[in-house]
Design a protein around this ligand. Structure first.
Ligand SMILES: [Zn+2]
Length: 328
């Protein structure tokens, strides 16, 4: 292997070769570059070029396996020559890529690309449960609304007045998305969560679950944030009816994130079912948080999570029997 692809054109070219697809998968799955059987972990295996599969010499059922076994590509009839360019496209297209575009690019049906994109999004979900922030750090908290007639409207004072006391419902078909952003000189990191509504309990729980105590939390004046200080956060808010910035107290980082997110939703995905919104939000978050990486780095990072995401995919597809097996 001389060199990995760096641009879209190089990637498309590179992954048309089966040997290159395999080389990449092996490099990302096994640090020592030695292929092992997914069933028994033996390295006594041989490649069968006509089958495009490996064969394990240990005695057990299903001795043949492909490099897709144990990843979110498992049980897909599509080859790595379709999957790898698809991953490259979704993690590197700034506004995402629709199943229709991907269908044209890869010359396969839109139904197939729709499922592919959902599987890949699964891998783009945050791989860490580490909380944001810590003492001295600055966290922005803000929420936005997606869908419905008042599409993509920020919950400013005017909106809140028009919505009156309808705080318990889904705001007339709109979905609440809450964002948290840790400011950092090397690049802020965002995390987003779809909430049932903006009631204090949900907002506070989301902060407690995702932000270290002792952090500075900056938000707008939404009522639901006002009780945060009792939980050990240094909370300051700004009433957007009066001003948007007061020194460090602002949510401009998240405003920037929301504008990218809405551009992807409106321009690329057009209409997103509320049920799938979390996945699209995570996809946008991944590209935002990795915006300083190169295309190849973003691709490799997504691929590492694809390899590690087998359990999540199994859980989703209800194939529980796989969970008992090798968790590595
Ligand atoms: Zn084996």
């Amino acid at each position: 292997m001389d060199k990995w692809p760096e641009t879209l054109q190089e990637a498309i070219q590179y992954f048309t070769e089966e040997a290159n697809c395999n080389a990449f998968m092996i490099a990302i799955r096994w640090a020592d570059g030695v292929v092992r059987c997914p069933h028994c972990d033996s390295d006594n295996v041989t490649y069968l070029p006509s089958q495009r599969r490996w064969k394990c010499y240990s005695k057990h059922p299903r001795p043949q396996f492909s490099l897709k076994v144990g990843t979110i590509f498992e049980d897909s009839p599509l080859g790595l020559d379709k999957w790898l360019p698809a991953v490259w496209l979704i993690c590197n297209c700034k506004n995402g890529i629709s199943s229709y575009e991907l269908s044209r690019d890869l010359a396969i049906t839109q139904k197939s690309t729709w499922f592919m994109l959902h599987r890949i999004r699964l891998a783009m979900q945050t791989g860490t449960w580490k909380k944001l922030g810590g003492p001295g750090s600055a966290i922005e908290a803000d929420e936005t609304f997606v869908g419905g007639k008042l599409a993509n409207m920020h919950l400013d004072k005017q909106t809140r007045m028009r919505m009156g006391k309808k705080r318990t419902g889904g705001y007339e078909g709109k979905t609440v998305v809450m964002g948290l952003l840790e400011r950092h000189s090397k690049g802020s990191k965002a995390r987003v969560k779809v909430l049932p509504n903006t009631r204090a309990w949900h907002v506070r729980r989301n902060v407690i679950e995702n932000v270290e105590r002792g952090s500075n939390v900056y938000s707008d004046g939404l009522h639901s944030y006002r009780n945060l200080p009792v939980d050990g956060y240094i909370h300051e808010f700004i009433d957007h009816a009066e001003a948007y910035v007061r020194g460090q107290v602002h949510t401009n980082g998240l405003e920037n994130f929301w504008s990218l997110f809405k551009r992807a939703l409106k321009g690329t995905y057009v209409s997103v079912e509320p049920y799938h919104l979390q996945a699209y939000a995570d996809e946008q978050c991944f590209r935002f948080n990795e915006r300083k990486s190169t295309d190849f780095q973003r691709f490799a990072l997504t691929m590492m999570q694809i390899v590690g995401r087998r359990l999540t995919y199994k859980e989703l597809t209800g194939k529980q029997e796989e969970l008992e097996r090798d968790p590595g």
